[in-house]
Design a protein around this ligand. Structure first.
Ligand code: MG
Length: 288
């Protein structure tokens, strides 16, 4: 199942997307104003999928929004989680915070308010604030059934599905403030979508993640290359912290970010970043 949130004919709707990604079917929901979040909460409580409401629509006719317009709270994000990406940062200012295989994942958060849709523009904050804008193609886990102290062995039972995010990052701001949250959370810095593919339809533990800038392939990795796998990330984020339905964990990015090039390739106004994950689909956002 693929669930999405969209605007059509001046109305907000939540519904399913056909397996070929071409048709959207609205569902009978009392309130579509919060995207798919109430649906994920209801399904986690054991409710069944609501009935279709209205005719099927061609996907080109709808305006897809982020499936979670505004997540329940900040997104959990994992830093430096692919081996090749860790290697490309080994000669940058981030060299001292490389995770070791036997250590703990790097975890930071991104404010929920910066989520935007799969085709929405990303606004550059301005040169007085940052001149080092970068992209990060990422698989994001969407939690279904909540829980605390979730053991690795049961962690996959808590995954509702997966979506695509661009963990847009201002590198100079990340460094300036020691912690990463400000540099990761400028308004519009988290494009998300185009929908959520449920966990029974794909294996997030081994899928392909690709990212393009203006049509040039920059990132091409597989989630199998993660240093800390999905069950470990869920176990880590839920240690003493309750995870709720609809919580998001962005799992880190493969190699090929702008910062990894010599000289670095920062994003500028007019650039278009496309990210595609096999089993889900693609998001494409222009920087302005
Ligand atoms: Mg990231």
């Amino acid at each position: 199942m693929r669930i999405a949130s969209w605007r059509w004919g001046g109305r907000l709707q939540v519904g399913t997307i056909s397996p070929d990604g071409r048709e959207a079917t609205p569902l009978a929901l009392a309130d579509a104003s919060r995207g798919v979040l109430p649906l994920i909460e209801a399904l986690a409580r054991g409710a069944s999928l609501p009935q279709p409401a209205g005719a099927r629509l061609p996907v080109e006719a709808i305006e897809l929004m982020a499936p979670l317009h505004r997540p329940l709270r900040s997104l959990f994000c994992i830093g430096r989680n692919y081996r090749a990406h860790a290697a490309e940062l080994a000669t940058t200012v981030f060299r001292d915070s490389l995770p070791k295989e036997d250590a703990w994942p790097i975890v930071f958060t991104k404010l929920a308010d910066c989520v935007v849709g799969p085709r929405d523009p990303v606004r550059l904050p301005g040169a007085a604030i940052t001149t080092q804008i970068d992209y990060e193609s990422e698989l994001a886990i969407v939690i279904g059934r909540g829980g605390r102290d979730i053991a690795r062995a049961r962690a996959m039972d808590h995954v509702f599905g997966y979506t695509v995010v661009n963990d847009v990052s201002a590198r100079d701001v990340q460094v300036r403030h020691q912690q990463w949250d400000l540099g990761k959370s400028f308004d519009t810095f988290c494009p998300m979508g185009p929908w959520i593919t449920s966990a029974d339809q794909m294996d997030g533990r081994d899928t392909r993640v690709r990212g393009w800038v203006n049509g040039e392939l920059r990132q091409d990795g597989r989630t199998q290359d993660m240093i800390f796998d999905i069950p470990t990330l869920i176990e880590t984020c839920s240690r003493g912290i309750t995870l709720y339905p609809g919580d998001v964990i962005a799992t880190g990015t493969p190699s090929g970010v702008g910062m990894g090039f010599k000289p670095p390739k920062w994003l500028a106004a007019g650039d278009v970043v496309k990210i595609e994950i096999d089993g889900i689909g693609a998001i494409e956002n222009r920087f302005e």
